[in-house]
Each structure stands twice: as structure tokens, then as C-alpha cells.
Design a protein around this ligand. Sequence first.
Ligand code: CAA
Length: 381
Amino acid sequence: MDFTPTEEQLAVQRVARDAADRILLPKAAARDISMEFPVAELKELAQLGLLGVAVPEELGGGGMGPVCYSLAMMELGRGDPSVAVAVSVTNMVAELIANNGSPELAKRWVPGLVDGSLCCGAFALSEPEAGSDPAAMRTTAVRDGNRWRISGTKQWITCGDRAGAMVVWAVTDPEAGHKGITAFVVPAGAKGLGVSRLEEKMGLHGSSTAQLVFDGVEVGDDQILAAPGRGFALAMMALDGGRIGISSQAIGIARGALEAAIRYAGERQTFGQPIIKHQAVGNMLADAATWLDAATLMTLRAAVAKETKQPFSQLAAMAKLFATEHAWKICDIALQVHGGYGYVRDFPVERALRDVRVTRIYEGTSEIQRIVIARNLMRQA
Ligand code: CAA
């Protein structure tokens, strides 16, 4: 694929790169230790339009496409991936509501997600017993007069304790399998909604990951996305797009780590020369740079397919699989090149290795991406 970015795409990339350098990078190491949630940073990113890149302009978004979004996520992932993940979920939730909510529902929630006044969004799909297999969810929404009552537990919810609005999936027709799952918009502070646990994670310390309990949370028909029973397909479609975002985030993390390793290898001397001149080190960096380039092209190809309304589920799965698996390897190489210095906090690569690890897990594990790819191959055979 020949990818030549347009002026608009380059402009978004510049804005995100500048935001990463100015707003995120200077505090990323400190945030890893303080674990402070980036409230102020999300507001600043919102003012730059980065919480709703592909959201329609009439709802306050940038009205741009998935390529702009991907390029922005690569930059923010390099700046601070723990902020980038909140940006990614907010973009995904804002787009989901904008494209599938009634005009009133979209007007009620999307502008606040995009302008940062709701802080961020959350995507409440996974459960303690249903992560890779969301069709097995147990959370129910039961009819109560002309309302619904949501009860159940959601797990691994990025920004679940901070989001001003979230999309929550629940079984509304237990007899109908995945066709009995419905997506609702639920505001923060809804009666019966509680945070039962905040996870202590290996990385992404500036982001929060919550377990949420829904104890009869009341919602109306006007909070349903698309229609009752359409929730599972909506989740799958949103995740196809979300996977381009996570792939981009992983590329950003790996790019930051690789740049640090190349700098270090050019400065650090052993046996009378910079270590980059030793073939063993040069070869590792050459492999890492090649993987990074391939991952970037695959991710942009998936984004172009989405933008031009072609099928992109398989392309997004392939991009996420390749980019996140190789981003992990690239960060490991970057650490190895730094030697003992790579293992301590003085250099950014140990944090990169911890932060990048989850990209092989969330928004569909690598194993799930292989399932998606293999099923598409079967359909094409
Ligand atoms: N787009 C639209 N529809 C889709 C679809 C897609 N990509 N994939 C499946 N569907 C539809 C199918 O067409 C089918 O509909 P019909 O019955 O009408 O034909 C229906 O969904 C069921 O399809 P499958 O039988 O293929 O579904 P499945 O239960 O076997 O699951 C799966 C398929 C792809 C493995 C899916 O379970 C999956 O993606 N699992 C991973 C879940 C995941 O990524 N979770 C991440 C959680 S969110 C997160 O991490 C966010 C965060 O906070 C960072």
C-alpha cells in the first residue's frame, strides 16, 4: 500500500505530536510513580480536539477519519500510553453513541465526552467470567414497567470510575443468545452503580481500571443504542475500530522505546566504539525498525479500509496482532540495548515494556485476533 498522508492528516499528526511532547512526555515518568489520573491532561487534549477526532462536527467532534485518529494515537502512545488509553476509549465511546444513539441521546452525551467536561468515556462490556467471550455475559437488564433495571458486574473497565458516561452491555432476552444483548448509555452517578474494585496493574499506572457493580440501575428505552438485541453486533463493530486505536497506541510506545535505544546506542561506548556499531546491537535495532515500519503500514492500511468503507475487521485484527506482538519485542530489544540501565527507572524503556504488555490483551487478546482472522479466511475459502 502506498500511503501518502493528506494535509489534514499531517496537521492532526502535528497537533498530537506537539501535545505528546508538551503535555504528556514531561510528566509521564512521574505519573507512572504517582499513579495520578490525568484529569487536567485530558481536558487539554480535549481542547485540541483529540477526544473526538472522528466524531461528527455537529456533535463537537473533528469530523475526520480513522487515519487521522490512528496517526494521533501513535503520537499520544509515544507521549504517555496511560493517557492515550483514556483518549482511545473516549473516542470509541463517543463515536459509538454518535453513530448509534438517537439524535437526542447523541446530543445529550457526545459533546460532553468530546469537550472533556465529562472527563472521559468507558466501554463496559467485559465481565469477571466473560472477557474474550462477551456473548456469555451475565449482566441483565430486566423490564420494570416502562424502564429497565441493569444488574451485574463489569470487569477491566478502563476509566470506569472516572467516566462521565459509559456504554453498558446487558442481556435483555436470555433466550436469544448474542441477539438478546442490548447496549445502554449510563451516566456516572446513576443510582445503584458502584465501583467495587480498582486494579493494581503492571503498567499504565496513569489510567484507572475498575470493576463496576450494577445493582438495579434504572435506564429507559431512550438510553438504548440502535435497538434492543443489537448490542453484541455494535460491540463487535466498535472493537474492530478500537483495535486500530490500540495497534496505534502500541506503535507509539514502541517508537518511543526504539528512539531511546537508537540514541543510547549511538552514545554508549564499549570496546572503543558506540555500541550501535557492534553488529549484535545494530542487527537488533534493524529488526526492530523493520517491524515498526511494517506494523505502522498494516495499521494505516486498516484505517484506510475503514475510512473508505471497505471491510476492515480482518485487517484491523491482523494489524493489532502484528503491531502489539512486535511492539512488545521492540520494547524488549530497547531494554536489552540499554543493558543494566534499561532495567532501572532512570531510562524510559522499563516503563515502556510494562506499559506495552497489555496491548496484547485488551480490546481482544492476540489469541482472539487469530480467531477473527481465521474465521475471515474460512469465509473467503
Ligand atoms: N462486525 C459486525 N458484526 C459482527 C462482527 C463484526 N466484526 N463479528 C461478529 N459479528 C456478528 C456476527 O455476524 C454474528 O451475527 P449474526 O448472528 O446476526 O450473524 C454475531 O456477531 C455473532 O458472531 P460470532 O458467532 O462470530 O460471535 P462469537 O461469540 O463466536 O465471538 C469473537 C466472536 C470475535 C471471538 C468475539 O467474541 C470477540 O471479539 N471477543 C473478544 C472481545 C473483546 O475484544 N473484548 C475486549 C473488551 S473491551 C476492552 O478491552 C476495552 C477497554 O477498556 C480498553
